[in-house]
Design a protein around this ligand. Structure first.
Ligand code: 9MG
Length: 258
């Protein structure tokens, strides 16, 4: 899954793809590099980012989704928590709703269920603005598994078939580096719960801690984390650097097949 931030302020590529033309070009490039999904977001979820209303978010993402839908065969995803944006994005051709709030906003579950889209339900402790202040868990893996199971149940109760649902432990969303590493090591337990698992680790701040590198210099670390996540059973890897990750995942696939 290629990351396409149509925002002025995302943590690693803020502003680069803010114009629709630049965003579409980048989406087409990522699809050509092998991305099966393009995740289009109009509001940054980095700690401290400004919030955006639904009308502005829709204004940013809808033209990009509509255009990419006609130019690539990749599934176009909308990265949003807002029901209005979910409905409009589905009408514009999005096939997957990626919600870092796991459809907990008012009316989001109904909007997603009625859209016909697949969904990705992510775990987050707290809210983006404050989530990294003092994340705390008794048992990080157990708590996240229980949360995701509850959200999958809510989606099933709202009428979604199991094939429409993926889950994501939410690396970096209200987690310390130690939490992230524990989640990665014990990812097979989350995979064993059933729904396909998405892992988003690309360029995240844990790599700053582990390597000392700035966000634009984290390619090697991001690919290493993608390989670990894939070997642990993650089915979708959300990344900024598609070409390098696809090469690495081809190696993983060959290794697993032999
Ligand atoms: C929008 N977004 C930013 N990071 C993410 C992650 O790790 N997973 C998912 N599903 N979405 C994310």
């Amino acid at each position: 899954m290629g990351v396409l931030n149509v925002t002025p302020d995302s943590f690693s590529d803020g502003g680069r793809f803010f114009s629709p033309a630049a965003a579409v070009e980048q989406g087409v490039r990522m699809a050509a590099e092998g991305a099966a999904f393009i995740d289009v977001g109009g509001e940054s979820t980095r700690p401290g980012a400004a919030s955006v209303d639904a009308a502005e978010e829709a204004r940013r993402v809808l033209p990009v989704i509509e255009r990419l839908r006609t130019l690539t065969s990749a599934v176009i995803c909308v990265d949003t928590s807002k029901p209005e944006v979910m409905r409009a994005a589905a009408a514009a051709g999005a096939g997957l709703i990626n919600d870092v709030r796991a459809l907990q906003a008012s009316d989001a579950l109904e909007a997603a269920a009625g859209s016909g889209c697949a969904v990705c339900l992510m775990h987050m402790q707290g809210e983006p603005r404050t989530m990294q202040r003092s994340p705390h868990y008794g048992d990080v893996v157990g708590e996240i598994r229980a949360f995701l199971a509850g959200r999958v149940r809510a989606c099933r109760d709202a009428g979604m078939s199991a094939e429409r649902i993926a889950v994501d432990p939410g690396f970096g969303f209200g987690k310390t580096v130690e939490h992230n590493l524990q989640l990665l090591r014990r990812l097979p337990e989350i995979v064993a719960d059933g729904p396909p698992v998405l892992a988003g680790l690309s360029r995240k701040s844990m790599l700053g801690t582990l390597t000392g590198r700035a966000s634009g210099e984290r390619l090697a670390g991001s690919v290493a984390l993608a390989v670990i996540a894939a070997l642990a059973g993650a089915r979708i890897i959300r990344v900024h650097d598609v070409a390098a990750t696809v090469d690495a995942l081809k190696v993983v696939a060959a290794f697993r097949a032999c």
